[in-house]
Design a protein around this ligand. Structure first.
Ligand code: NDP
Length: 308
């Protein structure tokens, strides 16, 4: 079983090691890459993510800033802050933690970020460059999935890749990256008819629907590589028992913390069919944050005309 597991934690550590070397190289030129994160409101999950990003920066010798605004701060205040960070020559990366509270125009905020500092890769210019196959700053989760495929030497060219989910942050940019890597790509969504018939053709199946255990064995071709992007916090004991029967380690974690994480894939039932599979937690999640660090160093280099 273990040889099937795609260990995102280990790969993320490998990537962070390489990023750390690049940070040291920049430090020798007197450059300290800096990531600034804007958090509007007090969503608990967002607070955890923002804290994790700042800590990841520190560990790599990078600088970071966290800007907290009240949920009611207003569109103009958020945009002013983006303008200030755009104008600050010491800031290399700007990230607006999503989702913004109700009432904010997310596109208007993201469109305002200087594309050269857009380490999330959500600015229309970066999205357009990706579509044209000349990526500059690419969304972190899709970029992390491509790193995982590359480092694990999973062939992509000529293979059939099916992505469940068409969001701007995961499904669509990943489709572009896989297409440029010469996969035959299909995107599924909530209106897709007979999902299992489509996903059942995948050599590489990516689940990014945000629906707990949506992907069961009926969705998976034997031998497929299965990548689970979904993150769900399970707080009911019976759900843990149903999805992870006999998994004593997971149940012990549940007892200790009152919750455990799981993905969009029914891992216990799908893993026997898959040739390789990512776990949740410890799969795609750690890669996302490692790629954010990589993007910040890349932005710091590109802005100064240094080979990234
Ligand atoms: P969104 O809610 O923005 O998009 C979900 C997509 O899945 C939509 O395109 C939707 O279709 C589709 N979908 C929903 N239900 C079904 C279904 N039953 N069958 C087929 N398609 C369906 O989600 P995100 O892309 O933002 O995130 C997806 C998941 O990934 C979440 O669990 C999120 O927490 C996780 N995530 C994890 C990250 C990581 O680092 N590991 C990073 C980002 C997200 P439609 O367009 O028709 O509505």
């Amino acid at each position: 079983m273990n040889e099937k597991l795609l260990d995102g934690k280990r790969l993320a550590a490998e990537i962070r090691g390489e990023v750390g070397e690049r940070v040291a190289g920049l430090a020798a030129r007197g450059i300290v890459p800096r990531l600034d994160v804007i958090l509007v409101g007090d969503d608990p999950a967002s607070r955890v993510y923002v804290g994790a990003k700042a800590r990841a920066c520190e560990k790599l010798g990078m600088a970071s800033g966290t800007h907290r605004l009240e949920a009611g701060a207003g569109q103009a205040a958020v945009e002013r802050l983006v303008d200030d960070l755009n104008a600050d020559p010491g800031v290399d990366g700007i990230l607006v933690q999503l989702p913004l509270p109700d009432g904010y125009d997310t596109h208007a905020v993201l469109d305002r970020i200087d594309p050269a500092k857009d380490v999330d890769g959500f600015h229309p210019l970066n999205v357009g460059l990706l579509q044209q196959g000349r990526p500059a700053l690419v969304a972190c989760t899709p970029a992390g999935i491509m790193e995982l495929l590359r480092r694990e030497k999973i062939p992509v060219e000529g293979r059939r890749a099916v992505i469940v989910g068409r969001s701007d942050i995961v499904g669509k940019p990943l489709a572009m990256l896989l297409l440029h890597a010469h996969a035959t790509v299909t995107l599924c969504h909530s209106r897709t008819r007979d999902l299992a018939a489509v996903t059942g053709q995948a050599d590489i199946l990516v689940a990014a629907a945000g629906k707990l255990a949506l992907i069961g064995p009926e969705h998976v071709k034997p031998g497929a590589v299965v990548i689970d992007v979904g993150i769900h916090r399970i707080t009911e004991r019976e759900t843990v028992e149903r999805l992870f029967p006999g998994d004593e380690a997971r149940m012990a974690r549940f007892e200790a913390k009152g919750s455990v994480l799981a993905g969009d894939v029914d891992f216990v039932r799908v893993a026997p069919l898959a040739s390789r599979i990512t776990p949740v937690p410890g799969g795609v999640g750690p890669l996302t944050i490692a790629m954010l660090m990589a993007n910040t160093v890349r932005a710091a280099s590109l802005r100064r005309g240094i080979e990234a």
